[in-house]
Unconditional design. Structure first.
Length: 352
């Protein structure tokens, strides 16, 4: 079995199905038990076992066939997304919220959301400014979109703090945004939370191929699905036998960046510094060899789970790649080709 023959066989239909399941499952950072159960179930369907770390990260291990003296290869993507948490119940029954993850308030204004109570009940709501109508407030257009000027209007008949509290809503409850996923006939996928569920889907596309092809890696591969990446410490702790670590995360688009929504983005440097020269070079070489559309970019306002692992003290070589995603941390968009090609490039790497 040659590299070229095995590297063009990622199941796009399966990969897209997994992505849609992921996007339908709320998972703001710190509220990931439901989505991890989904991943565990999907892994079991493929014949893999998933183990969990104390903080809730999931790990799938494929044992190596003889080169473990080189150390294991780690591949990570994060299931956690941007979201919010109830900060306070206001006197009029609306909710003040605090962000989970880094985004601009403009990007969530007028968004539908779900409030997840600790009792298990879920309520719908809408994110608005405190002056939401131009027919009522003269400064509605000019009001600064910042935390203290935003609130959530509940889709329940409440007009006071007491009535909202009677629903079981209280500070500390998680809030998830409506992903508004749409898959178009031309292959474009627009949705919130493609960062980083598109990459998780790519990893499952790779796992499905490994099982279907009967591929036996020479070195152990550990797939790590992290749950706290959006707040900076997703993969801060990784298995000690990992010596090479590939973070799979969305590639940003805009400014002087070259990546498009059909490309695999290979990041040479981000805010944490440059990635490993040899690993990055190998990914570029394989993308050329396999004729996978790619771009090499530098992201000065970006960090990854590989950054977290290095900052956490891991002695590893690390690289970063992923599907190009437009409007990151807002209303995101990518193309199915980028997701599938990310899986193909990873397949080329693990078999090279």
């Amino acid at each position: 079995m040659t590299l070229s023959s095995i590297n063009h066989d990622i199941n796009a239909t399966y990969t897209l199905e997994i992505l849609q399941k992921l996007l339908r499952t709320p998972s703001p950072t710190g509220f990931c038990k439901q989505i991890m159960k989904l991943l565990e179930k999907e892994a079991e369907k493929l014949g893999y076992a998933m183990e969990f770390t104390p903080k809730g990260n999931g790990i799938i291990t494929i044992p190596g066939e003889g080169l473990d003296h080189k150390g294991a290869l780690g591949i990570t993507a994060h299931v956690d997304t941007l979201g919010a948490m109830v900060r306070a119940v206001k006197a009029n029954g609306t909710l003040r919220f605090t962000p989970v993850g880094g985004y601009s308030m403009q990007s969530v204004e007028n968004e539908y959301c779900l409030i997840h109570t600790r009792s298990g009940r879920t309520y719908e709501g809408t994110v608005l400014t405190t002056k939401p109508s131009v027919h009522v407030y003269t400064d509605a257009r000019d009001l600064e979109r910042k935390e203290e000027n935003m609130e959530i209007r509940l889709d329940e008949w409440v007009t006071s703090k007491e009535e909202t509290e009677q629903l079981g809503i209280s500070p500390g409850d998680f809030i998830s945004w409506d992903p508004r996923t749409r898959v178009l006939d031309n292959g474009l996928i627009k949705s919130r939370h493609l960062d980083d569920k598109a990459s998780v889907a790519a990893l499952f596309g790779l796992l499905e191929w490994i099982k279907r092809a009967g591929f036996k890696p020479q070195r152990t591969i550990r797939f790590l699905f992290s749950t706290y990446e959006e707040v900076g410490h997703g993969s801060a702790s990784i298995p000690a036998d990992i010596t090479e670590f590939i973070a799979v995360d969305m590639g940003a688009i805009g400014d002087d960046l070259s990546t498009t929504e059909k490309d695999v983005s290979i990041c040479a440097k981000d805010s944490s510094g440059p990635y490993d020269y040899e690993m990055t070079g190998r990914l570029i070489e394989l993308a050329k060899q396999e004729q996978i559309p790619y771009a090499v970019d530098i992201y000065p306002r970006y960090s990854s789970d590989a950054s977290a692992a290095l900052s956490g003290g891991s002695s590893i070589r690390a690289a970063l790649l992923g599907p190009g995603v437009h409007a990151s941390h807002s209303m995101e968009r990518t193309h199915l080709d980028a997701v599938v090609n990310t899986a193909k490039l990873l397949a080329a790497y693990v078999t090279s």
